[in-house]
Write a protein that binds this ligand. Structure first.
Ligand SMILES: *[C@@H]1O[C@H](CO)[C@@H](O)[C@H](O)[C@H]1NC(C)=O
Ligand SMILES: *[C@@H]1O[C@H](CO)[C@@H](O)[C@H](O)[C@H]1NC(C)=O
Ligand SMILES: *[C@@H]1O[C@H](CO)[C@@H](O)[C@H](O)[C@H]1NC(C)=O
Ligand SMILES: *[C@@H]1O[C@H](CO)[C@@H](O)[C@H](O)[C@H]1NC(C)=O
Length: 335
């Protein structure tokens, strides 16, 4: 290539890149339908202060609390952590068809239920509506959001049963319904929660009945059923070769022989069983739990010597007190 041609090409490249920025500054990337839907949402929220950057005169891809896809420029994220949203979730949220993530968190005046229009959001993967003041029963139609991976409705005032359809989305990995006022039993269908590192948080509700045996088929990384009125034997959740890291079953009415429990050896870091009706003794296999950091079996009906070894003697007596006849370090020595 001659140097003349080279310079010509270089010049035209520079010229086009010089023109581009001024051109894009006047071109709005935001999709007009998305913008209209967002402005309706802002209006439904009575022009909440947290949404003040949502100005009709500017590109909605530049607004706070939303995110546009880099290629399609469609709104993919609605993210309002902490703010002054009040009233119920407007049905217009269902008019953002490319939404993948909804995160409405710590809005104490956000009330009412979840609008049915969310069913239109076929791309929705992450739905977090935590620490709000939502109420009513959890709508079963959430199970029809086929791309859902993560559902978090924790810290609200939802009541009624857990719909068995919730675990229908084939890629659902994490379900958080803790800190509500849910009643009824745990649906066996929650055993459909799959994928890598599944999580299930149902603590601080009023759930009753037994833990369905089918839940033992899931290798939950984290499971929290504490502070309910659950009964029976939840041993299916354990297994020497499972990969559970944290298991919280405290403050229920579980009744089983702990001697027969098989604690996951390699992965377990937290096991809290306090305030139940657990009998038998602490299994020797507990000494083989390499990374145990939280352990509490207080307020049960356990007996016998606390096995010596592993990390069991690192916990103070309150981890073991208020049992029928447990003994040995850190409690009094066995007679
Ligand atoms: C919630 O509503 C109450 C009563 O209208 C108001 O005083 C309070 O500031 C609101 N909280 C937020 C975070 O907007
Ligand atoms: C939730 O709403 C109820 C009644 O609608 C109200 O009494 C309560 O204070 C609200 N909670 C919060 C945290 O704002
Ligand atoms: C608990 O299980 C162990 C081992 O199977 C058995 O030896 C023991 O008698 C059982 N304890 C009670 C109270 O049933
Ligand atoms: C175990 O749980 C009991 C009851 O909640 C509590 O009082 C105690 O401090 C806990 N101990 C440890 C070591 O976690």
């Amino acid at each position: 290539m001659s140097s003349f041609h080279f310079h010509l090409i270089l010049f035209s490249l520079l010229a086009s890149s010089a023109v581009l920025p001024s051109f894009s500054a006047t071109t709005e990337l935001c999709n007009a339908d998305d913008k209209r839907a967002l402005l309706r949402i802002k209006k439904a929220f009575n022009d909440a202060y947290v949404l003040s950057s949502w100005d009709a005169a500017t590109d909605c891809c530049e607004w706070n609390n939303v995110e546009c896809d880099g290629t399609t420029h469609r709104i993919v994220t609605l993210n309002v952590p902490r703010g002054d949203l009040s009233g119920s979730i407007p049905s217009d949220v269902g008019d953002l068809p490319y939404l993948e993530t909804i995160y409405l968190h710590k809005q104490p005046n956000l009330t009412g239920n979840i609008p049915r229009s969310l069913l239109k959001l076929k791309n929705l993967q992450y739905l977090t509506l935590s620490y709000n003041n939502l109420s009513g029963s959890i709508p079963g139609f959430l199970g029809d959001l086929t791309n859902l991976i993560f559902l978090d409705l924790s810290y609200n005032r939802f009541s009624g049963p857990i719909p068995s359809s919730l675990s229908n989305p084939p890629n659902l990995r994490s379900l958080r319904l803790d800190r509500n006022a849910l009643t009824g039993s745990i649906p066996a269908s929650l055993s459909h929660i799959q994928g890598s590192s599944p999580y299930l948080y149902l603590s601080h509700n009023q759930l009753t009945g037994e833990v369905p045996a089918a839940l033992g088929d899931v290798d939950f990384t984290y499971i929290d059923l504490s502070w309910n009125q659950l009964s029976g034997n939840p041993s299916a959740l354990f297994g020497l070769y499972k990969s559970a890291q944290q298991i919280y079953l405290a403050r229920n009415m579980f009744e089983f022989n702990m001697s027969e429990m098989e604690p996951p050896q390699e992965s377990l870091i937290a096991l809290d069983l306090n305030h139940n009706k657990i009998f038998g003794g602490i299994p020797a296999a507990m000494t083989g739990v390499t990374y145990l950091q939280i352990f509490n079996v207080s307020y049960n009906r356990l007996c016998g010597e606390i096995p010596v070894g592993g990390r069991l003697q690192r916990f103070d007596s309150t981890a073991y007190f208020h049992n029928r006849c447990l003994c040995g370090t850190p409690l009094d020595s066995c007679k």
